[in-house]
Design a protein around this ligand. Structure first.
Ligand SMILES: [Zn+2]
Length: 520
């Protein structure tokens, strides 16, 4: 036994502080040491302890069956919630049959297609009851009828992508892309009657028409009164896939006329302000298979930050207003993407409006880059990249306006699938015809011939050797020159037929070259 003491000498006045230094007071008289007992029991215990400590913490074990990480459960939490909801739904009382019938009619006035699940949620009625009443008043269709724009990408290459449009709204088309819509002005292919178009213009594929509003907007009320849609009003034969666009890609689009409520559309007689409400009622009364959302296109190259912000904000507001939940708007939605020359605003616009549900396709607002404007390929590439990068890559990408065969090749490479046929019309209206180089699209060259030129007056050769179109097989260069010289309407008709045939052939060649190029 010993007495311990704490040494606090160095602390002086702070003697209360514990130093932790302990000393033994007194002397050691007898020293004792503790040892474990020399018994076999103790040795066994020690051995067991050593063996236990030397065991590795992880060992490899051979197993016969795969280990199930998660224990399977038959009742998942989500299912529980669903069944609870179902149970609750079953508890909803059955409304009066007439009341439900009226509610159903009202619902179908807004949209033509519903999933049963959505309908049940909307009406707050038991599913079986909704089904029962539906069967009484309508042909209950369980097949998915809402096809939208059924587009699939068939191959991707470094030069662009090959795709197929199976249906455009309710119309089966089987149209391969890259390709173009057939541009209509005042509801017909410029300079052609439907008879001439059907019999003399031989296009490769089932056309998808691009109906442009400016030439029809002054008659919008009359078309609404007519009640059978714009295509019938314009005497279009048969049932076609028609896309309605608020602009005329060949018309003018001067800046400074859009405001926060409307965009300016230019007709032969001047400006018409198109607000969302008017556009919606036009879309509904025209009854086309698809239509475009409104975009503030007033974003010239010198547009300042303020103007760009305004334009993109307006595009977003127009988009939101157009697709208000309670308002009916019939047709597939092609969302227009703007943003001018600013990479940031291109991307912002794409994010703002491009990710909305029920988007059938995109159309890029690119009127500042069309034929005749000074363009820079690098700039176009960057702007398109910014536009497409936040968007799902599986949707059809359209572009509107006249683009020459060289630019078309370039745009196809950037991911554009669908153009319009304004380039051939533009050339024809200038008295020009074009012809692709023999090695197109290996080379992007093409030739534009001006038939106004006097030198063709006594040229009795065929306009383009090897072209199988109506114009080239029936007429001579000299006659085309004569028609233009005397301002005969037939000149434009013949030039439109040739140019459209050649533009159509161009897309066929592009598709063929994509087929032959290496896939990604
Ligand atoms: Zn021809």
């Amino acid at each position: 036994m010993s007495v311990l003491s704490e040494d606090k000498q160095a602390l002086g006045s702070e003697a209360t502080v514990k130093t932790g230094r302990l000393a033994i007071e007194g002397r050691i008289i007898k020293k004792a040491e503790c040892r474990p007992p020399a018994t076999s029991k103790y040795m066994k215990m020690k051995l067991a302890h050593i063996v236990k400590n030397t065991q590795p913490k992880k060992t490899v074990k051979m197993i016969d069956k795969a280990a199930v990480k998660f224990k399977p459960v038959s009742v998942h939490a989500e299912d529980m919630i669903k069944s609870k909801q179902k149970k609750d739904g079953a508890k909803t009382y059955r409304a009066d049959r007439d009341v439900l019938r009226q509610a159903l009619f009202k619902a179908f006035e807004k949209h033509s297609f519903y999933r049963l699940q959505d309908l049940q949620q909307l009406l707050q009625q038991p599913v079986s009851y909704v089904k029962e009443v539906l069967q009484e008043i309508a042909v209950y269709n369980t097949a998915p009828p809402h096809k939208m724009v059924k587009f699939s990408i068939e191959k991707k290459t470094l030069l662009g992508r090959l795709g197929k449009i199976e249906s455009w709204g309710p119309v089966e088309v089987n149209h391969h892309t890259p390709s173009c819509m057939t541009y209509l002005r005042a509801g017909h292919i410029p300079h052609l009657t439907w008879d001439v178009a059907e019999n003399q213009l031989k296009l490769e594929q089932t056309p998808i028409y691009q109906m442009t509003l400016p030439s029809l907007v002054t008659n919008a009320k009359i078309i609404e009164k007519f009640g059978k849609g714009a295509a019938k009003f314009c005497g279009m034969p048969g049932k076609h896939a028609i896309h309605l666009t608020p602009f005329d890609p060949l018309g003018k689009l001067p800046g400074g006329y859009n405001d926060s409520k409307s965009i300016a559309v230019w007709t032969a007689n001047g400006k018409v302000s198109l607000d969302v409400k008017t556009w919606r009622s036009i879309v509904n009364s025209f009854g086309c298979s698809s239509f475009e959302s409104l975009v503030d296109y007033d974003t010239p190259k010198d547009a300042g930050q303020k103007k760009l912000v305004k334009a993109v904000d307006r595009t977003k507001t127009f988009h939101e207003q157009l697709f208000l939940q309670d308002e009916k708007v019939s047709g597939e939605r092609v969302v227009a993407l703007g943003g001018g020359f600013s990479k940031y605003h291109r991307r912002k616009c794409a994010v703002d409006v491009g990710l909305a549900e029920n988007t059938a396709a995109y159309t890029v607002e690119f009127h500042e880059f069309t034929e005749g404007k000074e363009t820079d390929e690098k700039e176009m590439k960057e702007l398109l990249e910014e536009t497409f990068s936040p968007l799902p890559p599986t949707k059809l990408c359209c572009i509107s306006g006249p683009f020459n065969p060289k630019t078309v090749l370039f745009l196809v490479q950037q991911g554009i699938d669908f153009f319009d046929s304004t380039f051939p019309i533009k050339l024809a209206e200038e008295g020009h015809a074009f012809c692709l180089a023999d090695d197109y699209p290996t080379s992007s060259k093409y030739e534009v011939v001006d038939f106004n030129n006097q030198k063709f007056a006594d040229d009795f050769t065929t306009p383009f050797e090897g072209c199988a179109c109506y114009t080239c097989t029936k007429y001579t260069k000299g006659y085309l020159q004569h028609l233009l010289n005397t301002r005969e309407l037939l000149a434009s008709i013949l030039l439109v037929i040739h140019n459209m045939t050649e533009y159509d052939r161009m897309f066929k060649l592009i598709r063929k070259s994509l087929e032959n190029s290496e896939g990604l």
